[in-house]
Write a protein that binds this ligand. Structure first.
Ligand SMILES: Nc1ncnc2c1ncn2[C@@H]1O[C@H](COP(=O)(O)OP(=O)(O)OP(=O)(O)O)[C@@H](O)[C@H]1O
Length: 442
């Protein structure tokens, strides 16, 4: 076989893929492409770039020298297929791609690589979509896990702080799975009344109890063929946990009042912001249930651990608030926002931005507006942060506590005309307020 006919046969292989695919040599040069690749990377290849890392990332050197894993290097080292998740610059913007790189040899035993790029549509690296957004390494590691385990039937336990995106991650797991066209059923475990647990979960037959006027399907049946998502699973009371355990172990359930058991068919995803191992230690959560539901645990990163995603998330949230005339943070407002600890994570970020858009008369949100939006925060940490910043100036002015109290009362009076309201905010009676004012004026 000549090299030309070998290349022709490899090009046929590339054309058989329904995703972008290329042939690379050991020097990272793109040697052959299929039409999906040409379409997705047309802007870049039209600039005459040849190296895969230049085209996909705009790098001047291979990915592993830029702090990322290089699938070509890994495939060369192991001699077998290597798979990684990367963000590529494509004609559509930045896109998450699952890269699968397989070594092949030509007629003279020289090494080449077939690289197939599968776009990951469940998440987005651009602010447009109403899905999980991010580009940071912590986010990409999360997407990689979701991609890998999503395709299986393995039970997944999503942990991580409140507002970090556990429910969105559960939806992404469902979207990746074979069950994507079937129902995704969420069970809010914290909202399930104790007495209704069984009938909500497993359904009931007519006459099973007072008020059961007809047969009713439970959530397990509603999830048939799809995904059952138990949100806040740590809130299920101990005596109900055994019923859940039985369902997971036997894969059968019996509606209340029914003598027959039915086969269940769902993929289980659970989520909690609680520390389940600690609850197991404290005898508040069954150990056997914990091991059943946590076959594959995924910890969602806090927003603080993925601060690099902040500008992208801000853009995306502001676009969702108003897509016609999107709001925009000026650089000072963005810097102030970036200083926040975000204990409430992305949910808190959304609230702050929503408040800022309500307070702003113009599409450009200034640092003053951002400060006001932060001052209205219901998260104590943010309020403390704001107070701490204000106190710093006062400390530098070396104010006594008494002078500080007087200054604070005067500020309150300047902002609120109603003295009863001022007393309320200051946490004292109206009489005490008048007394303090008198002392200040003496
Ligand atoms: N990666 C993300 N990109 C864009 N929006 C996100 C992302 N992750 C979370 N959000 C948004 O943040 C909010 C909180 O997310 P979600 O409800 O999934 O968090 P949670 O971890 O389940 O919270 P809780 O523990 O309080 O139930 C939602 O409005 C969600 O749309």
């Amino acid at each position: 076989m000549t090299h030309t006919s070998w290349l022709a046969s490899i090009t046929n292989v590339l054309d058989s893929y329904s995703e972008p695919a290329v042939l690379l040599d050991e020097e990272y040069n793109v040697v052959a492409t299929n039409q999906h690749y040409d379409h997705r990377f047309k802007q870049h290849s039209s600039k005459g770039l040849r190296k895969c890392y230049e085209i996909s990332h705009g790098y001047k050197q291979p990915c592993d020298m830029e702090g990322e894993s290089c699938p070509l290097r890994a495939a060369a080292d192991s001699g077998s297929t290597s798979s990684v998740l990367h963000i590529h610059n494509t004609a559509q913007g930045k896109e998450h791609m699952r890269i699968e790189t397989t070594p092949v040899t030509d007629e003279q035993e020289r090494c080449y690589f077939i690289e197939v790029m599968k776009p990951v549509s469940e998440v987005s690296a651009e602010p447009i979509a109403n899905k999980m957004i991010g580009r940071s390494p912590a986010f990409n590691a999360l997407v990689d896990r979701i991609q890998r385990v999503g395709k299986t039937e393995t039970n997944v336990l999503l942990t991580g702080p409140s507002g970090s995106g556990k429910e969105l991650a559960a939806l992404a797991l469902h979207d990746v799975s074979q069950r994507t066209r079937k129902p995704f059923v969420t069970v809010e475990c914290s909202g399930l009344a104790d007495s209704l647990f069984e009938s909500e979960m497993f359904g009931h037959v007519k006459g099973a109890f007072t008020g059961a006027i007809s047969n009713r399907k439970g959530l397990v049946e509603s999830a048939r063929g799809g995904t059952l998502f138990l949100d806040e699973v740590g809130d299920i009371p101990m005596h109900q946990q055994v019923k859940l355990l039985r369902l997971i172990e036997t894969r059968t359930f019996r509606p209340v009042g029914d003598s027959q058991a039915y086969e269940a068919d769902f993929r289980l995803i659970c989520a909690t912001h609680k520390n389940l191992p600690a609850m197991v230690e404290a005898n508040e959560f069954r150990e056997d249930l914990y091991y059943r539901i946590s076959t594959f645990p995924i910890r969602l990163p806090s927003l603080a651990a993925r601060k690099a995603d902040l500008p992208l998330l801000v853009q995306s949230i502001l676009l969702r608030i108003d897509s016609h005339t999107p709001f925009n943070l000026d650089s000072e407002a963005m810097s102030l926002l970036a200083e926040q600890p975000f204990k409430g994570n992305i949910r808190e970020l959304k609230n702050i931005l929503e408040r800022a858009t309500v307070l702003s008369d113009k599409p450009d949100i200034t640092v003053d507006i951002m400060q006001q939006a932060l001052d209205l925060s219901t998260f104590p940490e943010v309020a403390e942060n704001t107070v701490a910043r204000g106190l710093l100036g006062l400390a530098q002015a070396k104010l006594s506590l008494e002078a500080l109290e007087q200054a604070y009362i005067k500020q309150l009076l300047a902002h609120y005309s109603d003295k009863s309201e001022v007393a309320n905010i200051a946490g004292c009676s109206l009489r005490t307020l008048y007394r303090k004012l008198k002392v200040g004026n003496d």
